[in-house]
Ligand binder design. Structure first.
Ligand code: ATP
Ligand code: MG
Length: 570
């Protein structure tokens, strides 16, 4: 059973009813001028880790624009680095893009499929006198690169003949040379003000089996050479990437120009997403997984799409968030509360309300008959009862409420249960606390109340004012459940940004709390993994993928309010 009331995928997938941005403006100009008749974008992840919320921003942009302008978006694995790439990542990337609600159709590509073509392009550059084999070591090349204020120095191998270069490059491919002993470099300008343009490396020798091409290659093309040519081969019109590639744009254009490519995609940069209290770096996320700081890539605290899916966030809420943050050229940090707001706004109209008690405290209603059970009708959507109908909630002599809804010595303005005080039990009765039971250590084991039989449904017959309303479950009818509460993964607002501080030390030690004695109402006996509920007053929850009828497990997706803001202001 899926209990969710869904919005249509169509209305939700669109990036927005056209909140305009500078990229849209460029595309619209290109369409108006006739430069392009279709829009073709691509999302090009390197399969060296799981996708995270930052990638979601790029995915929503790349796929969203293509969809809005009736074009297409390619999913391309940028798999040119055999060292870190893996089929596990390739599979997870596809699963995550689909889950987010996007479809590449026939257009799934791998940069590695172009290895032969890329090699031929490299030979063409050599023949045009635009590339050379350099025997310098990586260290020597680095040392000769110059600085922002100093030009670089030309390599002693820079002026080799075309024949010699071709011969050496072919022998590089044939595996005649050691790893790292030679590279192929573009011949551009060692005094160029942009360091990227100072004869960048195009190919390196690396004897390492590749996830898709196996041992067919011992030389691998570099990102800057591969990316622009892959875009061009696929007929991409607008190649969107994050700001750190701005300096690489002249090289992107240079390669396509030297090779006289008919298709010259336009690279456009936008600011990456930085989300407070978490990190969006695959390398750092990998470290968290590998060193067991979290329980895998899909740990519900992780900002990976796999983790977010497991936690219970919906793809719609992630798309809504990406739409709200928009696209710009300015790098900023987005508050976690903004993400959670999008999650609440998405879940609120979709998720049924039920009652669950996270930290149970027994309440015994002294004047209620021992064996009696009354049923109270409770709509799943109190504000819109017809939406999903209602269930019958059993009420009995013994119930559970939250431990923190009772105080033996109440602080001022505590409107919940306390000795001599009255509260409303949601939809049931008004009860008054008449005493407590304690164990030998003085801990409260149960609270005694009397109920007002004239208050059926929770409304007193005499109209007296009752301030507090508590959620509750019947002790004998409720079901035991494990509840996992999550908090920010990092205690630091901007993790991995402070000089001299290891980001591991910035983790929030209390990011996970497991409550194994929670109780949920009887109506939830048929809960399936993936079902979402709002536990009234406690937040939105999803049954974990490991949840079964015998062992219910709920992940808290998000609280109902931004409690973190309050805590920080104290
Ligand atoms: P990481 O630093 O996590 O390894 P990356 O940029 O190296 O990220 P890629 O797999 O190369 O990861 O990214 C694929 C696409 O996603 C690129 O176009 C990249 O610009 C974009 N992207 C990556 N991180 C973000 C982010 N935080 N915000 C927006 N887009 C991002
Ligand atoms: Mg990258």
């Amino acid at each position: 059973m899926s209990n969710e009331v869904n919005s249509t995928p169509e209305e939700a997938v669109s990036t927005s009813p056209h909140a305009t941005n500078f990229i849209r403006n460029i595309i619209e100009e290109d369409l108006a001028s006739g430069k392009h008749t279709t829009v073709v974008t691509r999302f090009p992840p390197e399969p060296n880790g799981y996708l995270h919320i930052g990638h979601a921003k790029a995915i929503c942009l790349d796929f969203g624009l293509a969809k809005d302008y009736g074009g297409r978006c390619h999913l391309r694995m940028d798999d040119t680095n055999p060292e870190k790439e893996d089929n596990e990542y390739i599979n997870s990337i596809q699963q995550d893009v689909k889950w987010l609600g996007f479809d590449w159709g026939e257009n799934m590509f791998f940069a590695s499929s172009y290895f032969e073509q890329l090699y031929q392009f490299a030979e063409e550059l050599i023949r045009k006198g635009k590339a050379y084999v350099d025997d310098s070591s990586a260290e020597e090349i680095r040392a000769a690169r110059g600085t922002l204020t100093e030009p670089g120095q030309e390599s002693p191998y820079r002026n080799r003949s075309v024949e010699e270069n071709l011969d050496l490059f072919r022998r590089m491919r044939a595996g005649e040379f050691e790893d790292g002993s030679r590279v192929l470099r573009a011949k551009i300008d060692m005094a160029h003000p942009n360091i990227v343009m100072r004869d960048p490396t195009l190919y390196r020798i690396r004897r390492k089996a590749h996830a898709r091409t196996g041992n067919a290659w011992v030389i691998y093309p570099m990102y800057d050479f591969t990316h622009c040519l892959s875009d061009s081969i696929e007929g991409i019109t607008h190649s969107l990437c994050t700001l750190e590639f701005e300096n690489n744009r002249p090289l992107y254009d240079w390669v396509l120009e030297q090779l006289d490519r008919p298709c010259r995609p336009r690279q456009i940069e936008f600011a990456r997403l930085n989300l407070e209290s978490t990190i969006v770096s695959k390398r750092k996320l990998l470290q968290l997984v590998r060193d067991h700081h979290v329980n895998g890539w899909d740990d519900p605290r992780m900002p990976t799409l796999a983790g977010m899916r497991r936690r219970g966030y919906t793809p719609e809420s992630i798309r809504l968030f990406c739409e709200r943050i928009g696209i710009s050229k300015a790098e900023t940090w987005i508050a976690w509360s903004e993400f959670e707001k999008a999650v609440r706004d998405d879940l609120n109209p979709k998720v049924p309300r039920v009652m669950g008690v996270l930290r149970p405290l027994k309440v015994i209603i002294d004047n209620y008959p021992e064996d009696k059970t009354e049923y109270f009708e409770a709509p799943y959507f109190p504000d819109d009862p017809p939406k999903m109908g209602e269930r019958q909630v059993p009420f009995t002599k013994e119930i559970y409420i939250e431990q923190d809804d009772f105080m033996e010595e109440p602080i001022p303005k505590f409107f919940r249960l306390a000795p001599g005080k009255e509260v409303r039990l949601r939809r049931a009765y008004i009860v008054k606390c008449v005493g407590v039971d304690k164990d030998e250590n003085g801990n409260i084991t149960a609270v005694h109340c009397t109920y007002d039989p004239e208050s059926r449904g929770g409304n007193p017959a005499d109209g007296r004012k009752i301030k507090g309303t508590l959620h509750w479950v019947s002790a004998k009818d409720s079901l035991k459940a494990e509840v996992r509460l999550y908090d920010r993964l990092f205690a630091a607002e901007h993790p991995a940004c402070t000089e001299g501080v290891d980001f591991i030390d910035e983790l929030n030690p209390n990011s996970l709390e497991v409550l194994s004695e929670a109780r949920v109402e009887a109506s939830m006996a048929n809960t399936q993994a993936g079902d979402r509920f709002q536990f009234e007053r406690q937040g939105y929850f999803m049954a974990d993928q490991d949840s079964t009828a015998d062992h219910l497990i709920f992940n808290r997706i998000v609280t109902l309010k931004d409690t973190w803001a309050k805590i920080n202001k104290k």
